[in-house]
Design a protein around this ligand. Structure first.
Ligand SMILES: Cc1cc2nc3c(=O)[nH]c(=O)nc-3n(C[C@H](O)[C@H](O)[C@H](O)COP(=O)(O)O)c2cc1C
Length: 317
């Protein structure tokens, strides 16, 4: 998720779940090929991690997929779901649902040059092209090019008239359509995305689908991730402890500062860690008010936690 699931968030998320597959923000082929930033940087601890690409030029996508594989990413995912105007001008994102042949060519070009999975994240329709047949034609053509895994954001996108935020809220969720797709394409690996807030909901969807992708809830309420390994993957590992997670983030922030970064680059992703517990507000406030100050140090995390420390409840499952 743009601006949210950067490498700092992903490092933090990985301390909560060893198993969940993490996705980068969408990175455009233009940024990777022509940009000056180090857009493919990530921490080794993040694995398994998928790079999401935005683009529609098959050769450029292939070039970026190859770089991603060389850099060690575990998967390359193509964004066919983002409805923003900026993205449409670049002819990528959700508007590509109208050009399944081009998406198929892109997948084919990427698959020719990498061995890691090439996957696609898509909506269930765009504008008036929202019939089940439109969706199945898209999936059929892209699957024929070798894409075996799709994430289905189970709502359509309006390409004009709605902001990206509205496009994540206003078009109604249609889980039934995603379930039907799975029934009609049993050979494909299909994950469901959109509006999922609890692991119990994940378990319900997993009776019909092969996977689930949780976006906003995993960001705003990150401790949800702590139960993923046990509840979803059946691992027998102890639940991550919030305090230990914060303590492990301190040296990470130290390293980030040493490389010229700021404390709030990291701590802004941790604001929701204590959600639902007494003291959550004080944690959030301390970090939001002080982490951006020039003299902020990594110890601010411990200071902020000390304020909530006494009121932490014992974990109940
Ligand atoms: C701030 C923000 C940025 C997002 N950026 C991306 C993105 O870069 N690529 C993408 O495929 N989806 C992006 N999304 C959409 C989410 O991946 C997801 O499809 C959507 O929020 C619905 O799932 P959820 O209800 O679990 O959040 C973004 C969502 C938000 C809130």
């Amino acid at each position: 998720m743009l601006d949210w699931t950067d490498r700092h968030y992903r490092y933090f998320a990985r301390l909560l779940s060893r198993q969940a597959l993490l996705y980068t923000e969408m990175v455009t082929t233009g940024a990777i090929i022509h940009g000056r930033g180090n857009y493919l940087d990530y921490n080794e601890q993040e694995h398994p991690v998928a790079l999401q690409l935005g683009g529609s030029n098959p050769q450029e996508l292939a070039q970026c997929a190859r770089l991603a594989e060389e850099r060690g990413y575990d998967e390359v995912n193509l964004n066919v779901g983002c409805p923003s105007d900026r993205v449409q001008n670049g002819r990528f994102g959700a508007c590509l649902m109208a050009e399944p042949e081009l998406v198929a060519q892109s997948v084919d070009a990427m698959r020719q040059v990498v061995a890691i999975p090439v996957t696609v994240k898509t909506r269930i329709g765009i504008d008036d092209q929202d019939s089940y047949e439109f969706l199945t034609r898209f999936i059929e053509l892209v699957a024929a090019a070798g894409c075996e895994q799709f994430t289905i954001h189970a709502r359509k996108a309006w390409l004009s008239g709605l902001s990206p935020k509205e496009n994540r809220e206003i078009p109604p969720l249609d889980y039934e359509r995603a379930y039907r797709l799975k029934r009609d394409f049993p050979q494909l690996t299909l994950a469901l995305n959109g509006g999922i807030k609890t692991l119990a909901e994940c378990q319900t969807h997993l009776k019909q689908m092969d996977g689930v992708m949780v976006g906003r809830e995993a960001y705003q309420n990150p401790y949800l991730l702590a139960s993923v390994d046990r509840t979803i993957y059946g691992c027998d590992t102890p639940l991550a402890d919030r305090r230990e997670v914060v303590e492990k983030m301190v040296p990470y922030v130290e390293r980030h500062l040493a490389s010229g970064g700021r404390v709030n680059h990291v701590t802004r992703h941790m604001l929701g860690l204590f959600n639902g517990l007494p003291g959550a507000r004080s944690w959030r406030r301390t970090l939001s008010e002080r982490a951006h100050l020039p003299d902020a140090t990594p110890g601010l995390l411990l200071e902020a936690m000390a304020e909530v420390g006494e009121s932490l409840e014992p974990e109940v499952e």
